[in-house]
Structures are given as structure tokens and as C-alpha cells.
Design a protein around this ligand. Structure first.
Ligand code: ADP
Length: 430
């Protein structure tokens, strides 16, 4: 078995000590001989160390020095590590170059921000979409993009939140912005050009608004004649039932058109609802009166309100949202059931909860309730005369008030709809 490099080292060292002791015994002064041999040994290692340091300073192309024993081993290992590290560096540089190339080619703008919102890196699209260039690195982004909504948006840390706004470069261009936190304090600002989708959406909105508007007048005429015809005493008897059905259906079409126009108005009227004082207790009292006056209704309709609690909001919108939710509870609850309406502060958030003991909603339908024309059960709905637009209106109204809708329901047991408003919308009467 050949000894390893350490074997040689120990062997040499032992031989050196042996020689020092021999010389000391032969010629006297053993310590002087030992010191001389050890100094020579130290000198030899220092010389190798110097050689190694000189070699390390040289370019990688230089072959490792030929050395025996442990030093040869050190040279060989270091050389291998240096070669591996060069290969890894090259690979990393290639990956980085590819990454840079692909991020530069991205159609979406990307801006890296450090903890102080200073720009660390931008890609090419950031110039086109946000007007930010490579030269802007090191500057605070708020000094370059000064719109208050953008500054407020940057302060939050929710990667899901999307800011839809127009581009600072071109007001016609629409952008969707997102901020993704990463690392300890850094953030990545992403901006996507949504002009095309925005235009399509606005074409759709205008079309629906115009079509609804155009349909309203002819339908009013048809409804009017049908109502008159249904009341006509001379009407041939076998036409009476079809005419009444036609009158009912045209009334339903009229309601759909009214709801579509309401939705268009809500969509067109900007992001946030006005802040007028809305007396919710009074509103719920009149909604209750209307409910009680219905010919077909659940036996129990209870209203529980914190009468001091009002709301800062758009009165007509809030009325239409609450009327829709309460109307649904009344529609989908049998005559022997009950509807409970509660208006109160939960924590510091004003909440309206409408609970019924009606037909309930299957769990898989709950996330889709606020879609336009979505109905859980088409046949059930035809009977109740719903338009399928009520909860879409509710969603829009709540969005404009910074509020959200929570739905809990169990099939056959009943449902509970809660509108939860932000605390700053609470208005406390004195
Ligand atoms: P609609 O005018 O048809 O009632 P909505 O948008 O108001 O339309 O409601 C959507 C669907 O949600 C309804 O078709 C109905 O199936 C279901 N729904 C809404 N409220 C209730 C409720 N309180 N109980 C049971 N189902 C409900």
C-alpha cells in the first residue's frame, strides 16, 4: 500500500528529526542542529507557499507547478477547483445573459426597486410603458412617477392588488400594475399594456348601454298596448291567457333592460361612490313596508337596526343593492319561512345581513352568483321572474363603496347575505 501525501510528510519530518538527533549526537549541540533543521524545513515550506501564491495570482491558463508530496496534491486540487469555478462562472454568465435578453424582450415592463423605492434595474418595455430608462437607476421611483394613486399603490404590499391606470407616457395607453415583494425588502413592479382589452371592454359596455337604451322605447309601447289589450273586455276569450302571458313577459324584458341600464350607469360612473349621508334605518323601514305589502311573502319578516348607524355613500345605489338582496330573500323563501334583516357595526365595520330560511344555494354556485345572468336554477327563476342581474348590480354598488359581499348558504336550509362596508363609511348620528 502506498502512503498518502500525509504519510510522506510525516515520514520526511521523522527523517529530519532523526537526522538532527544523529548530527547532534555525532557533532554535539543537539538543539542547535534541531533548530537548524527545523528552520530549513520551515524555509522550504515558506518557499512553496510563496510559489503557490505567485501561481494563484497568475491567469488560470498557467499549469500547476510540479511539486512532490503534499504540495503537489495541493496544486492539483486547487487547479481542479479553479477550473470548475471558471466553468461555473461561464455557465452563470451565459444564463444571466440569456435571462437579461429574455427580460429585455418581454412585452411587460419590469422595474426592480430596493427598500427605499430606488430603481435598481429596468427592462426595455419599462421605457415604452412607464417612461423609465436605464439612466434612471438609483432614483426614487416616486420622483419619476408622481400620480397620487400610484404613490399610494406602492405603499401597500399585496401582490394580488392590481392598479388599472393610464400610462404616464401616453394617456391613451391603459396599464395594469402589480407590485411583487421579493427578497428581504426588494420589490418588482410589473406593468402590462391592457389598452386592447380596455377598448374591447368599453366597446362592449357602450354596445350594451346603447342596445338597452334603444330597446327601452319600443318595449314601453308594446307593454302599454299589451296591458291595455289584457284589460279589454271585448277580447276573444281564448286570447285572454296568451295576451296576459305576453304582458308578463314584456314586463320582464322591461325589468332586464332597466337592470342593464343600471349596470351600465354604475360601470360608467367611475371608481368610488360619492359620500352622502344615507339614513339606513329609514331606508330599511321603507323596504320592510314594501316587503310586508307583497301579496306572496314569508310569514315572518324581522328588521333589527342600530338606528344611530348611518352610512357615507350613494343613496340610490345603496337602496338598489339592499332592495335586491332583500327582494331575493323574499322571492326564494316559502310562505311559512322567515327573513331576518340586521344592520349593525361588526367591530367598526357597518354590516347588513339578510338571513332567510329559503331554498338555499348549492356550495358550487356561490362563487358565481354575482355573474351577469347567472341563475342557480333556470326553471325556479322563470317562476320567480328574476332577471339574473340583481346580484351583479349589488357587486358593483359594493365595489364602488369599498365594501364586499359574503354569502353563506345551505341547500334546503336557507341563506345569509352580508354586505360589509369599510369602517370609514360608517356615519354615526348624534
Ligand atoms: P335574480 O334576479 O334571478 O334573482 P340575482 O342576480 O339577484 O338574480 O340572483 C342570482 C341567483 O342567485 C338567483 O337566480 C337565485 O338562483 C340565487 N339566489 C339569490 N339570492 C338567493 C336567496 N336568498 N336564496 C336562494 N337563492 C338565491
Amino acid at each position: 500500500m502506498t502512503p498518502g501525501p500525509w504519510g510522506y510528510v510525516l515520514f520526511r519530518f521523522a527523517a529530519l528529526l532523526g537526522a538532527a538527533i544523529l548530527f547532534g549526537t555525532l557533532f554535539g549541540r543537539p538543539f542547535a542542529w534541531l533548530s537548524a533543521f527545523l528552520l530549513a524545513y520551515l524555509g522550504w515550506h515558506l518557499w512553496h507557499l510563496w510559489q503557490l501564491e505567485t501561481w494563484l495570482r497568475k491567469k488560470l491558463g498557467e499549469p500547476p507547478r510540479d511539486a512532490a508530496g503534499l504540495w503537489g496534491d495541493v496544486y492539483a486540487k486547487l487547479h481542479r477547483v479553479r477550473l470548475q469555478s471558471r466553468a461555473r462562472k461561464k455557465r452563470l454568465a451565459r444564463v444571466l445573459k440569456e435571462f437579461r435578453k429574455s427580460t429585455q424582450a418581454l412585452p411587460d415592463a419590469g422595474v426592480l426597486l430596493d427598500a427605499d423605492h430606488e430603481i435598481a434595474w429596468v427592462n426595455k418595455a419599462a421605457g415604452k410603458l412607464l417612461g423609465l430608462q436605464r439612466e434612471d437607476r438609483g432614483q426614487r421611483i416616486e420622483n419619476l412617477l408622481r400620480a397620487p394613486e400610484f404613490v399610494e399603490f406602492l405603499r401597500q404590499d399585496d401582490p394580488e392588488r392590481v392598479l388599472r391606470t393610464s400610462s404616464p407616457v401616453d394617456p391613451e395607453m391603459r396599464l395594469a400594475l402589480q407590485v411583487v415583494p421579493y427578497g428581504e425588502t426588494q420589490r418588482l413592479l410589473l406593468a402590462r399594456d391592457t389598452t386592447h382589452a380596455y377598448r374591447l371592454e368599453s366597446v362592449r359596455r357602450t354596445f350594451v348601454a346603447n342596445a338597452s337604451h334603444e330597446l327601452r322605447s319600443p318595449l314601453t309601447v308594446i307593454s302599454g298596448y299589451l296591458d291595455a289589450l289584457a284589460e279589454e273586455p271585448d277580447l276573444v276569450e281564448h286570447w285572454r291567457e296568451p295576451v296576459q302571458e305576453m304582458a308578463r313577459q314584456s314586463e320582464r324584458m322591461r325589468r332586464i333592460i332597466e337592470d342593464l341600464l343600471t349596470l351600465s350607469r354604475l360601470e360608467a360612473s367611475g371608481a368610488e361612490a360619492e359620500r352622502e349621508r344615507v339614513d339606513i334605518a329609514g331606508m330599511l323601514a321603507s323596504l320592510r313596508k314594501e316587503a310586508v305589502a307583497r301579496p306572496e311573502r314569508p310569514a315572518v319578516i324581522e328588521v333589527e337596526v342600530e338606528s344611530q348607524l348611518g352610512l357615507w355613500g350613494a343613496e340610490s345605489e345603496i337602496y338598489s343593492a339592499f332592495a335586491n338582496i332583500i327582494g331575493n330573500a323574499l322571492k326564494y323563501t316559502a310562505a311559512d319561512g322567515s327573513v331576518h334583516i340586521r344592520w349593525r357595526l361588526e367591530g367598526d365595520e357597518p354590516c347588513l345581513t339578510v338571513t332567510d330560511t329559503g331554498v338555499g344555494i348549492p356550495a358550487e354556485a356561490i362563487p358565481r352568483l354575482t355573474e351577469r345572468f347567472y341563475r342557480v336554477d333556470k326553471s325556479r327563476d322563470r317562476a320567480t321572474g328574476g332577471t339574473g342581474l340583481g346580484l351583479a348590480i349589488v357587486k358593483h354598488v359594493l365595489q364602488r363603496h369599498g365594501a364586499w359581499l359574503e354569502v353563506e348558504s345551505e341547500l334546503g336550509q336557507g341563506s345569509s347575505f352580508t354586505c360589509r362596508f369599510p369602517a370609514e363609511r360608517a356615519w354615526l348620528k348624534d
